[in-house]
Design a protein around this ligand. Structure first.
Ligand code: 3DU
Length: 199
């Protein structure tokens, strides 16, 4: 298993084919709006039979609504879902939720993320930018191994395979770079998660 989560931002047919191809090679898959808008919960049900699934709808609502959505995706087979760090103050600790603390692109998180990081320890983990390894390193320093760190921004967004892992992430989230060419998974051959063995 390579420390990689494949972001299946593509159509369902291609997503299923990539998941079949890479199921033994990767730690899991990330399903977002693309597949959910195409086919509802069905992609979550089908792909979670092939591996662990994180659902990334970047939730940013009141706890009542967030909990209902998380319940639905977990019932469909996902391990967990991603929520915006901005709503962390209203959420109860929840091992089914990854907290987004800083993005790979410029956002208002750039001024706030340090405030959010300690809170991520009450959740399954933090989503931190893999194209900014110094941020990943700082998040790991604060969290220790108390929570997972998963990092997008590798390949299409400029991060190099392994950059985020070497900075302290457990798993790199990779979409276009692997969807275009699944054999690129060999570029993660010698890498291991920093703390956690499952997503
Ligand atoms: O750039 P890629 O094709 O490797 O896709 C990255 C994935 O990670 C994509 O699903 C996107 O929604 C997610 N993501 C970011 O790219 C950046 C973030 O800050 C958070 C999530």
């Amino acid at each position: 298993m390579r420390p990689v989560i494949v972001a299946l931002d593509t159509d369902l047919k291609r997503a299923l084919s990539i998941a079949e191809q890479l199921r033994e090679e990767v730690a899991g898959f990330k399903i977002g709006w693309d597949l959910v808008l195409e086919a509802g919960l069905d992609p979550i049900r089908r792909i979670s039979k092939l591996g662990q699934v994180i659902v990334d709808l970047k939730l940013a609502d009141i706890p009542y609504v967030v909990n209902r959505v998380v319940n639905k995706v977990v019932e469909a087979g996902a391990c967990c879902a991603i929520a915006h760090g901005l709503i962390a103050p209203s959420l109860e600790p929840d091992q089914r939720i990854y907290l987004l603390v800083r993005m790979t692109t410029p956002t208002l998180y750039d001024d706030l993320w340090r405030q959010l990081v300690p809170t991520a320890g009450k959740f399954r983990g933090a989503v931190a930018p893999g194209n900014a390894p110094s941020t990943v390193a700082e998040v790991r320093k604060v969290l220790g191994c108390s929570a997972r760190i998963i990092s997008p921004g590798i390949g299409a967004q400029g991060g190099k395979p392994g950059d985020a892992i070497r900075a302290g992430a457990d798993f790199e989230i990779v979409g276009r770079y692997l969807i275009e060419e699944p054999s690129r998974i060999s570029q993660w051959d010698k890498l291991k998660p920093t703390c956690w063995n499952s997503i």
